[in-house]
Design a protein around this ligand. Sequence first.
Ligand SMILES: [Zn+2]
Length: 252
Amino acid sequence: MAEKAALTRQVEELVLEAVRRGASMADIAALRDPDICNPDDAVEALQRGNERFFSGKARRPEASANERRAQIMSQTPFAVVLACSDSRVPVEVVFDQGLGDLFIVRVAGHVVESATLGSIEYAIAHLKCQLLVVMGHEGCGAVKAAMLPEDEVAGEPEHVRDLLGRVRPALVNMPQIRDNKARMREAVLHNVRLQVARVGENPTVRGAVDQQKMRVIGAYYEIGSGAVEFLITDEDLALEPGGDPPPVPRGR
Ligand SMILES: [Zn+2]
């Protein structure tokens, strides 16, 4: 812990020194997050952060004056996270990450649509994020509403109906599950896999993955425990059990 704090201070000083001598953004990016060099490191950083969060050992966000000053010049997040707007899913808190660590897109039901894709494309093309996480969560209201018969949501405002329409295809091949909690969990996981597949169709995402500059994974946040389950393998992300994975060639 003390070692990590000393390392953080050391990085802050290096960043500040680089800012003073007029370093480029690339120089500063290279100084940040010395432990995160590739997509696998980024996954590990999120896993470690979530462990700190759910075990009551969270230490972020730290916001020293130096750290904030260093961030005036640029941002260098290591991951982009597409998550639900639900107030119980504050992404930085759940992953115990601080200022400048994550580029986050939040929309109800974490659906892939035009503004979502624009934000993700920006994070890849300009911020060089190494990991894209599509994160669903326990008790998602958007997924629950998408499970209702269409006539029951007919009275919802136009854009709510549009949003639910982007979740509904995920639920078409849901297995019969009697237990309500288990059924909801499965529905959310289906939606995570569908949105992973959809984002993987984007040329910017596909290009970054093909060049092994980025990896796309799914995640499920359990509100009750605070733990995040990561969907990383082809099997985790397959749209059908035992079926083909979504069309996302994931770099290693
Ligand atoms: Zn939700």
